[in-house]
Design a protein around this ligand. Structure first.
Ligand code: DAH
Length: 359
C-alpha cells in the first residue's frame, strides 16, 4: 500500500501497530487497541476519515485507497489476534478433571439383540444352539425336508444357486439345520447306539441368515434372519408344541401374551400350522400393527413329518417331535414399529441409536 500519501502521524501509528498488537496480552488489551486504531470516534481511523474529508478533491481518490488499505489491514490483524487470544484463554481454562468427550460406544445390532432375546426365551426349556452353513446343499435345503422335486422354491428365480456348483445354494431357510442335526443324532455310533438314543431326545434352536431372490422393498430383503427350533422325543404331540411355544411367547412378549394356532402347510411337518400371538403392542385390542385384528403372525410350525425323520435314519414309529421357524425381521419390525425393513441393514447410526443400540 502507498503509505507515503498518509500524514506523518498516521504513518507513525501504522509503523507502531505490529508491536502494539503483539503486546496485547489479553482480550481487554486488544479491545483497547481496537478502539484506539479502528474505533468509530477518537481513533486513528476516525482521524484518517477527517483527513480524507478535508483533502483537496484531486487527492481524494488515492488518499481514500491508501486509508482503506491501512484500515483493512488493521481490522484483519486485530481479528486474527482476537482468535489467538480466545484460543489461549480456552486452553488456560481447560479443566483436566472433566470427562473428555467420548467416542460413541459400540453395541450389538438391534437384530442381534432381538435374536438373543428370542433364543433366551427358550433357554429355561433346555434348548441349545446349533449352527449350519449359509451355503447349503440342495439335498439339505430341500430333499431332506421332504420338499418335492417340482416345488417352486427350488427354482432359480426364487433361490440363489452357486454358478460354479449348481448343487450348492444359499440356504433359503434355517430348516436345513434340522437335516444336519437329525443326521448327526440319528447316526449309529461304533457301539451301534445313536446319539438320539443315548440322550433320549434332542432340542435345539438354530438362528441365522437366509437368502431368497426377493426384490428389495420395505418388507422384503434378499437376506434376512430366521430362528429354527426343533424337539425330538418319544410320544411328542401337538400339545407339546403348543405348550412350548406359548411359554416362549410369554417369556418374549410378556406374561399376558396369548397364542393361537391355524392349520397351514409345510412339506416337512404334518400337521403344519402357523401361530399368531395377541398383538404385543395393543395387547389384542386392535391397532395399526395388527391391522385391527388383535393378532400377529409370528411363526410356522408343526409335527415333524415322518419322512424327515426316516431320511435321517431315525425310526419314525419310535420317535416324534415338532419344529418351528420364526422370522426375525418381521418380529423386529413389529415390536419396534419400524415400517421399513431396510433400516435394519443400512446401519445409519441415528436409527441404531434410536433402537437403543448405541450409548
Ligand atoms: N422354513 C419355513 C419358512 O422358511 C418356516 C418353518 C415352518 C419352519 C414350519 C419350520 C416349520 O420348522 O415347522 O418359511
Amino acid at each position: 500500500m502507498d503509505v507515503s500519501l498518509l500524514p506523518s502521524e498516521i504513518a507513525e501509528a501504522q509503523s507502531a501497530f505490529p508491536a502494539a498488537l503483539a503486546a496485547c496480552a489479553d482480550l481487554d488489551a486488544l479491545n483497547r487497541l481496537k478502539g484506539a486504531y479502528t474505533g468509530r470516534e477518537a481513533s486513528h481511523a476516525a482521524r484518517m476519515m477527517d483527513l480524507l474529508k478535508a483533502a483537496p478533491k484531486e487527492q481524494k481518490r488515492d488518499l481514500g485507497a491508501a486509508i482503506n488499505a491501512v484500515k483493512n489491514a488493521w481490522d484483519e490483524a486485530i481479528k486474527a489476534r482476537q482468535l489467538e487470544l480466545a484460543a489461549a484463554k480456552k486452553a488456560a481454562t481447560w479443566d483436566p478433571t472433566l470427562t473428555p468427550p467420548m467416542p460413541p460406544k459400540g453395541a450389538l445390532h438391534p437384530l442381534d439383540r432381538l435374536m438373543g432375546r428370542m433364543t433366551e426365551a427358550f433357554r429355561p426349556l433346555g434348548y441349545h444352539i446349533e449352527e449350519g452353513p449359509e451355503i447349503e446343499t440342495a439335498a439339505n435345503n430341500f430333499d431332506g425336508l421332504n420338499i418335492p422335486e417340482d416345488h417352486p422354491a427350488r427354482g432359480s428365480s426364487d433361490t440363489f444357486y452357486l454358478a460354479a456348483h449348481p448343487e450348492l445354494l444359499l440356504r433359503t431357510h434355517t430348516s436345513p439345520v434340522q437335516v444336519r442335526v437329525l443326521a448327526r443324532y440319528g447316526a449309529k455310533g461304533a457301539d451301534g447306539v445313536s446319539l438320539l438314543e443315548k440322550k433320549g431326545g434332542l432340542r435345539f434352536l438354530a438362528p441365522g441368515r437366509v437368502y431368497r431372490k426377493d426384490e428389495i422393498d420395505p418388507t422384503h430383503s434378499p437376506m434376512f434372519h430366521q430362528i429354527e427350533g426343533m424337539l425330538v422325543g418319544k410320544g411328542i404331540g401337538l400339545h407339546h408344541l403348543k405348550g412350548t411355544l406359548s411359554y416362549a411367547m410369554r417369556a418374549l412378549f410378556g406374561p399376558d401374551t396369548k397364542a393361537r394356532f391355524r392349520p397351514s402347510y409345510f412339506p416337512f411337518v404334518e400337521p403344519g400350522c402357523e401361530m399368531d400371538v395377541s398383538c404385543p403392542l395393543c395387547a389384542g385390542k386392535g391397532c395399526r400393527v395388527c391391522k385391527g385384528s388383535g393378532w400377529v403372525e409370528i411363526l410356522g410350525a408343526g409335527l415333524i413329518h415322518p419322512a424327515v425323520l426316516s431320511h435321517a435314519g431315525i425310526d419314525a414309529k419310535v420317535w416324534s417331535g415338532f419344529a418351528f421357524g420364526m422370522g426375525v425381521e418381521r418380529t423386529a419390525m413389529m415390536v419396534s414399529q419400524t415400517p421399513d425393513l431396510r433400516l435394519f441393514f443400512e446401519n445409519d447410526q441415528r436409527f441404531l441409536a434410536a433402537m437403543g443400540g448405541l450409548d
